[in-house]
Ligand binder design. Structure first.
Ligand code: THU
Length: 129
């Protein structure tokens, strides 16, 4: 069912530009209408300027006119399951109420699925009192 999302994340990782860390990552987002947007990590010689695979996938999603993440698969060939970094959790929270499914993948497919709310409890929101 979500194997296609794993395949898209794996394909994205092959495009990684990660000469400094040697740690490629691919991510693939499915929006509620079923479309898939993928991305990879892009590093830079000025190290802080690089960005994550999830961020690339989110940028693709935005350019597709979508604003909601239903699920996201993350694949790192060198790690059995690669949970999104803190910054990417908050970026995902911009486009999910917390119910987004986060699929952590190994070489075979999805190894573990958690929700964004589980990964980022008490996420920053701006509802005023
Ligand atoms: N990275 C991602 O692309 N996603 C994550 O969730 C964690 C880290 C990238 C950033 C950097 O290019 C490399 O992995 C090593 O940290």
């Amino acid at each position: 069912m979500s194997h296609d999302l794993f395949e898209a994340a794996k394909a994205a990782a092959a495009f990684s530009h990660s000469p400094y860390s040697g740690f490629p990552v691919g991510a693939a987002i499915r929006t509620p209408d079923g479309r898939i947007f993928s991305g990879t990590n892009v590093e830079n010689l000025a190290f802080p300027q690089g960005w994550c695979a999830e961020t690339s996938a989110l940028a693709q999603m935005i350019m597709g006119g979508a604003k909601q993440v239903a699920e996201i698969a993350i694949f790192a060939p060198k790690k059995a399951a690669c949970p999104p970094c803190g910054g990417c959790r908050q970026k995902l929270a911009e486009f999910s109420n917390g119910s987004a499914q986060i699929h952590l993948c190994d070489d075979e497919g999805i190894a573990q699925t958690v929700t964004l709310a589980e990964l980022l409890p008490m996420m920053f929101r701006t509802e005023l009192k």
